[in-house]
Every structure is written in C-alpha cells, then in structure tokens.
Ligand binder design. Structure first.
Ligand code: PLP
Ligand code: COI
Length: 353
C-alpha cells in the first residue's frame, strides 16, 4: 500500500497530560482511504486532522452504515511506543463489516495505516501514568443514494486522541444500573458487531442511568430480559464463590479483546472461569447472600474497572463494600503492566511501533 503523506503546516499545542479525559483532543493528522466496487481500496493518504466533506445523501447519514474499532498505543518506560493485539481489532472490524455489508479492509493495510499514522504523531503518545493514545479506526458506507442496499462506496479512516481514564472515577469503583426497560441488542441483530447504531440505541438508557447518578447501564438479553450481557462500553465479569463468571458470547455481546485477554490470563494462572449464561436473579441472589465477591468491567477504554454498586429495579447492592477487589486489582496490574511495557509480555500480545 502506498500512503501519500501531507503534513500539517500548523501543529497544535499538546494538551495537559494530567487533564486529558477521554476523546476530547485529537492529534495533528488522520488516515483516510476510499473504496469503490470498481477500484477496491485506493488512495491511501495521511492528511492534517480536520473536517471532512460528505454528500448529504451519503448512506452513512441515513442508514447508519458505520462500524468502528478502539485500541490504544502505550508509552513504554524506555520511551518506545507499543500497541496491544492490533490484529484482533482488524479481525473484529472485518467481522463487523461482514455483518453490515461493508467492504472488508485488509489486515495488513490496517496495521500499516496505524503504524504510519502513529509514527507521524508519535509525540502525542502521553507518558503520564494511566494515559495512552486512543486509536479510533472507523469505516462507513458512502454511496450518494437514498436506496437501501449494500454499499458500493466506502471510506476508512483513523483518528487519534491522547486519553486519560474513561471514567471520572479512574480506578475507583463505578456504579452501574441494570437496565430493565430498553434493550441493546438481540441475537441475529448487530450486538456482536461494533457499529455506531448499537451505541445510539443505548443512549436513552444511559441518560436515565446518569440522571440517577450511575456511570453506565448493564444490559440484559433482549429476548427474556433475564440474562446479563455487558455494560455500555465494556464486558463484565463477576467473582462468585471463588469462580469467575462472565456471560458467554451469545451473538448479541461484543467479543471484547480485553475480555478475551483476561480469560486467557485467568486460565493460565489457574483460576476457575466460566463463560455461561448468568441470570440477573442468580446475580441478585449472590449479592444478597454475600457470595458475590467482586465485579468488574473490562474494555480498551475502561481497562479493568471495578464495580462498587449495582442497582436493579431500585434495589441497590454494594459489591465488596464498594472497594476494589483483590483479583480485580491483580488483573488491572497485570494487564496494564503488559500494555505499558512494565511487565514482560509472555503472551506475545504487544506489537512495537
Ligand atoms: N462491549 C462494548 C459494548 C464495547 O463498546 C467495548 C469496547 O470496545 C467492549 C465491550 C470491550 O471491548 P474491547 O475489550 O475490545 O475494547
Ligand atoms: C473502547 O473501549 O474502545 C470503546 O469502544 C468504548 C467506546 C464506545 C468509548
């Protein structure tokens, strides 16, 4: 792939690394590549970060033909920069593309585009503890027609954002509301694809939860509204009577790369882990009888995030006295140790820039 690079003539001032928040600042450049049925993927370019022009009839604006990914670049203690399992993101993006009838993006292009863009904006990878460069690849249908059909034209882009922690709580436990009205996804729908529409459909419940003082919603399955699925931007895990239980990938849950990594870590370290259906009644019972020892969410943006409070049908349950649990802390330390290059990566997950 040949990437044409147009450098920005006016580099931006970098934000304060101690007050980054999440997704508020963007680097100097972005990657763009176009697709047409006739030409395939073509015209790979890196250009200054800025607004893009779209036809008002573009399919993405009307029918939500959009998918995205999220991964991070980490500053190692020796000053180098590394990525965490980027090929997993490339593979998942192509599974999402298949679900939405968008063109697949070759994995080797994905990695080359990421690396070339990050190298150009490498100064933007922050080094304060807990900070990283969030990478947002996205792909959208771009046909100029109001007809509903699979796309003939598409665009793939990558933008970069230096970030701190996703939740204002940082590593302090977050409060989560179990949603019993709206549903996020159903099997056969788009729940296991990372598409924008899933997040749009989540906003109403998220808003309601926020008004009640909760950080995010924990979704139940869309058919019986009985089984635990995932949180708005992360998968969930519970330690019940010494066993880690996480909802099995049912077709309506996003197959998280952090989830997959934690399962591999737990297995290697000899923990008992079950991927299975977990009903909200079973979870509530474990909170009542005290067998729920720890609960946490996991995802790229949120890393490992302890859950200190769960609310279901106005009943509030406090998990582990509202404190981070021992295993949650261990997983956070091990995973972030590998991601930031402080611990040896015996899994071969990291990719040097
Ligand atoms: N579930 C949802 C709905 C998400 O948006 C995310 C974040 O990407 C995850 C789970 C966790 O996935 P990953 O670990 O690949 O970031
Ligand atoms: C991520 O963790 O990368 C996510 O995509 C979460 C995002 C919706 C903010």
């Amino acid at each position: 792939m040949e990437i044409k690079i147009t450098r920005s003539e006016c580099l931006k001032a970098k934000p304060d690394s101690n007050a980054l928040g999440f997704g508020k600042y963007f680097t100097d450049h972005m990657f763009v590549m176009d697709y047409s049925k006739e030409e395939g993927w073509h015209d790979a370019r890196i250009i200054p970060y800025g607004n893009i022009s779209l036809s008002p009839a573009s399919t993405t604006l009307h029918y939500g033909t959009e998918i995205f990914e999220g991964l991070k670049a980490y500053r190692r203690p020796d000053g180098g920069v590394q990525l965490f399992r980027p090929i997993e993101n490339a593979k998942r993006m192509n599974r999402s593309a298949d679900r939405l009838c968008l063109p697949e993006f070759p994995e080797e292009y994905f990695l080359e585009a990421l690396k070339t863009l990050i190298k150009l904006d490498e100064d933007w990878v922050p080094s304060e503890p807990g900070t990283s460069l969030y990478i947002r690849p996205f792909l959208f249908g771009n046909d100029e027609t109001l007809g509903v059909h699979a796309v003939n034209h598409a665009t793939f882009m990558i933008i970069l954002s230096p970030v701190g922690s996703y939740y204002k709580e940082g590593l302090n436990p977050v409060s989560i509301m179990i949603e019993d009205q709206d549903v996020r996804a159903v099997r056969g729908g788009t729940g296991e694809a990372k598409c924008g529409g899933n997040y749009a459909a989540s906003n109403r419940a998220g808003d309601r939860a926020e008004k009640k003082g909760y950080s995010q919603v924990l979704w139940l399955d869309g058919v019986e509204r009985k089984y635990i699925e995932e949180v708005g931007a992360m998968n969930v895990m519970f330690k019940i009577s010494g066993t880690v239980v996480t909802p099995a990938l049912s077709g309506s849950i996003l197959p998280g790369i952090t989830r997959k990594s934690i399962i591999e870590m737990l297995k290697k370290e000899g923990y008992k882990i079950e991927e299975r259906r977990l009903s909200v009644e079973e979870l509530a019972q474990s909170m009542k009888d005290g067998t729920l020892e720890e609960a946490w969410g996991c995802g790229t943006a949120a890393v490992v995030s302890p859950i200190g409070e769960l609310c279901y049908k106005d009943q509030v349950y406090i998990v582990n006295e509202g404190k981070i649990g021992e295993l949650t802390q261990h997983l956070y330390d091990t995973l972030t140790g590998i991601q930031w290059g402080k611990t040896e990566d015996t899994y071969g997950w990291t990719v040097q820039l």
